[in-house]
Design a protein around this ligand. Structure first.
Ligand code: MSP
Length: 514
């Protein structure tokens, strides 16, 4: 049987316009999904919209719309951005979807009930609408929620509670033994410390009279499921859990990787595993926690006016330039900064002058000197004569030819990084090869060599083109459009142990200088 890979992106609140931080969550998940597809794993990738809860109702009211009409509009916007970002998800889950989602959410609820983990109690305390979460006094900073910088609201109501405390030790142990893998490991330690402070049971419903919008609690329509319980269950309902056809659920659950941002870590590493344990369902293999995109070193905020709009970058530089930046210039487990100036600098250095220039000048020479038809073999590619290429692997280079480096060094390292979700390091490896090929051209100067030794020039260019094809393969998950464009410029024919590259010069640069 094929190896399966189920990856989820967080589902996005359908209340506001998505910004670069949201785009990051999506692109990161997409790169991993595409990578796992390229290595032949049967991949299912889900993203979607979180459409219930207080903040949606309020946002809809502000626009003078009913919540369903409002979330439909937001969902269309989300889908459009997702398409613009080249997100290859197999399914969009929507929590307002009565047919696909509600049966799963309600099935989960029933499983919690059956386990004896749900009880009714009075809740009196604070609620942050931004977080859609109850918040304790000691979490406040200057009386405000530290994530949203807003004063929480006082709530006093009778709710259903879930026995989170019952699972605290089990979760602690699972995290500790890495049976529930939280990446990066520092976040696992943070969660263990939190468990050690003590986990209280949590409210998992809201009265209908307070928020008339959500998944009805089975057997008690005067309550709606708490929005996080509802949202988390979408990872299951997206696979048909609770529905008529649960083939995907049986095939794909548990998730291999669940990608989330650091702000929603508690829900995913404490509440989510507890819900699953209670429902006697297997836990996800890995929760991958990424950092935040900051704008000029600051958290994006409307009041500062530094919110980064992904459309702006896509329109100015193209989709793959944005994907490149997010993939390589941000360390996934840390915060990463983005400014227009830095973006432009990176774009010119690594895309226009980097890979773009490498591809166009190589293919131009191939056309000019060989009519776009170069036959050759790996074994004939000459070795690199000068050293001083990469600081890291300099010693491995001298005396070996390009294919050696590709086969024995570059590709395995690329795969290791991709499989460890270190997409920035995987991208570094690709660009190591880009600079290696640049260096190879500088070393042999085919534009001069052609005057004295056409045969050797052919061998050199053949080697560079082969390297470009290796780069192209590695770019498929990272920059799928660029990979496809390059593929269309280089066709390959195999005959009698020789490979002929039939090349075309790009009509316009892959990445024009800015
Ligand atoms: N609806 C919840 C998630 C439910 S998952 C069962 C939610 N939605 S969100 O729209 O607020 O955030 C979606 C994702 O974007 C989250 O992973 C969040 O961490 C991420 N980001 C929001 N701002 C971000 C940055 N500035 N940088 C990077 N990611 C950020 O939370």
């Amino acid at each position: 049987m094929d190896k399966k890979f189920y990856i989820t992106a967080p589902i996005f609140y359908a209340n506001a316009k998505l910004h670069m931080g949201h785009a990051y969550s999506l692109v990161l998940s997409d790169i991993l999904a595409r990578y796992h597809r390229t290595i032949g794993e049967k991949t299912f990738f889900v993203s979607g919209a979180d459409e219930h809860g207080d903040k949606i109702v309020r946002a809809a009211q502000k626009e003078g719309l009913g919540p369903q009409v409002f979330v439909n509009i937001k969902f269309d916007e989300f889908k459009e951005l997702s398409g613009k970002l080249g997100i290859s998800n197999d399914f969009f889950v929507r929590t307002s979807d009565k047919e696909c989602h509600w049966p799963g959410a309600q099935k989960l609820w029933r499983a919690l009930l059956e386990a004896g983990d749900v009880y009714k109690d009075a809740y009196k305390g604070l609620y942050c609408v931004g977080c859609e979460a109850f918040i304790t006094e000691h979490e406040l900073v200057d009386g405000k929620c530290p994530h949203h910088d807003t004063v929480p609201e006082s709530i006093s109501e009778e709710n259903y509670f879930f026995k989170l405390s019952k699972y605290a030790l089990e979760i602690r142990q699972l995290i500790n033994e890495r049976k529930l893998k939280i990446t990066p490991h520092s976040k696992a330690n943070e969660m263990i410390a939190l468990i050690d402070e003590g986990l209280s049971d949590v409210s998992i419903s809201r009265p209908e009279k307070e928020i008339p919008w959500g998944v009805p609690v089975p057997g008690d329509s005067s309550h709606f499921m708490y929005v996080w319980c509802d949202a988390l269950s979408s990872y299951l309902s997206a696979l048909g859990y609770g529905g008529e056809d649960d083939t995907n659920f049986r095939e794909f659950w548990p998730a291999n990787v669940q990608v989330i941002g650091k702000d929603i870590m508690r829900f995913h590493t404490l509440l989510w595993p507890a819900l699953l344990l209670s429902a006697k369902l297997p836990l996800p293999q890995e929760i991958f926690v990424h950092g935040f995109i900051t704008s000029g070193g600051k958290k994006m905020s409307k009041s500062i006016g530094n919110v980064l709009d992904p459309y702006e970058f896509i329109n100015e530089y193209g989709l793959d330039a944005l994907r490149y930046y997010l993939a390589r210039e941000v360390v996934p487990t840390e915060d990463g900064d983005l400014t227009h100036e830095r973006f432009k600098e990176i774009y010119n250095a690594n895309l226009a002058n980097g890979i773009g220039n490498l591809v166009s000048r190589t293919l131009k020479m191939a056309e000019q000197y060989f009519g776009g038809n170069i036959a050759g073999q790996r074994e004939s590619v000459p070795p690199l004569r000068t050293r001083a290429v990469f600081e890291t692997s300099e010693t491995e280079i001298g005396g070996f030819n390009i294919p050696f480096i590709i086969q024995n060094n570059i590709l395995p390292r690329y795969h290791t990084h991709m499989q460890g979700n270190e997409i920035n390091k995987a991208a570094d490896v690709v660009w190591e090869l880009v600079s290696h090929l640049d260096h190879f051209i500088t070393d042999y100067e085919p534009f001069k060599l052609i005057k004295t030794d056409k045969e050797m020039t052919g061998k050199v260019l053949w080697g560079v083109i082969e390297g470009i094809l290796q780069i192209t393969d590695m770019l498929i998950p990272l920059m799928p459009d660029t990979a496809q464009k390059i593929r269309e410029l280089i066709k390959t024919e195999e005959k009698d142990g020789e490979t002929t590259f039939i090349t075309k010069t790009p009509a316009e640069p892959l990445f024009g200088r800015k």
